[in-house]
Write a protein that binds this ligand. Sequence first.
Ligand SMILES: [Zn+2]
Length: 397
Amino acid sequence: MGQVNTVSSAIGQGRDPASLRRHNLRALLRHLHLHGPTSRPGLCEVTGLTRSTIGDLVGELLSRELVREEGAPVTVGRGRPPLVVTPHEDAYVLGIAVEVDTIGIGRMNIGGSLLDEESVKHEHVAGDPAASVRQLTRLIRRRISKANTRPLALGIAVPGIVDIQDGTIASAPNLNWRNVRLGEELRRTAGFAEPITVANEARLAALAEHRRGAGQNSSDLVYVSAEVGVGGGVINNGETLTGTSGYGGEIGHMITNPGGRTCRCGGAGCWETEIGADALLRHAGLTDPADRHAALADLLAEAEREDAAAIEALRALCPSVATGLVNLINIFNPERIILGGLLRSVANQVGTELDASVRKLHGLNDFPVSIHPAQLGELAPLLGAAEHAVDSFLRQL
Ligand SMILES: [Zn+2]
C-alpha cells in the first residue's frame, strides 16, 4: 500500500523516472556541496536511496566529471576502506561582486572552497552599463582561461534592486542603472552559454553567511549590513526570502523614525538614516566629512583600538539599531541575527549594550535569539553570488 502510494504520488507530482533521477542527482550533489566528501553508504543514509541507485547516480556524476572517488583516509576494522565521493576539483562556478568602485571575481568549487579571487577597480560609466559589461567580459574570460574547464554557472551580486525572476536590475542608484539585463547582455555580447544569475548583494551575503559563515546550522536568520546604505536578507526555513519579484528584504528602508531625516530612497525616517555610516559619523561629531568611506574606516579602526570616543559613538547607535532589530525579531522570529559592515563593530565592541537595548525594547527577557558579528567580511557578496550560481546549476542539472 505504502509502496503504491509512493509511486502514484511521485507520478502525480510529475515525477516520471527521468525527472526523479534528476531530482536525486541534484540532492546528491547538493549534499556534497554543503557537507563535503561523503562515502557511498553515507550518501545512502542521508538520501534514503538504495545502494544500487546511489551507485548508478555516482556513476553519472563521475562520467560528467562533477565528482571523483578516492579511498577513505583511515581503514575502519578489516577489509577495503569505503570509497569517498568527493566534489571534482575542476567543477567550479564563478562568483562576481559588482560594487560601485570595485569588481571582485573568484572561482568557487562544488564543496564551497574559494579557489582564487581578485578585486579590480570598476571602470564604470554612470548611467551606461556597456563599459561594465565589457570589463566583466574581459575579467570572466581571463578567469576561465586560467582554469582547466568552463565554469558550471556564473553568479553576479549587484548593489541594487533585482527582479529575481529574470535577473533584471530594476534600479542600482549608486551606478545610476535602471532596467539593466546584465546576464542577458553578457550572454548576447560575450556568448557565455552557462546559466548566469544576478541578485542583490545583501541578499547574497545573507545566503553566504547562512551556508559558510556565522549562520551555519541555523535555518532562520536575519542578516543586516550597514555601510553608507543598509542592506539585509532574511533566511526563512533555509531559503532566502524574496517576495513576489525578489525585492523583499529591503529592511534598510523600514521606517523606524516617522518624520525623521530624508533618505536617499525619497522616504523619511528610514532605518538607514538612523544606523548607516552618516548616523554613526554624526554620533562621532563628524558631519559631512570630505571622504565618508575613509572617515568611517578610521572610526571603526579607532573603535577596534578601544578608543573611548569611537566606542561611545558605537554605543550611541545601539538604541536605533535595537529599534529595527526588535521589529525584525517580531516579524521573522529568527534564531540568529547576523550583523555586517559597521554593525559588525557594534556587535563586537558594544554587544552587551546592544543586547540590553534589544531586550529593553522587546519586553521579553529570554526570547530565543542570539546576535552575532558576520564572519565573511567583504567577500560575503562574492561568495553568495557563487552559492547562487551553484543553485542555478543544480536546478538545470
Ligand atoms: Zn529609505
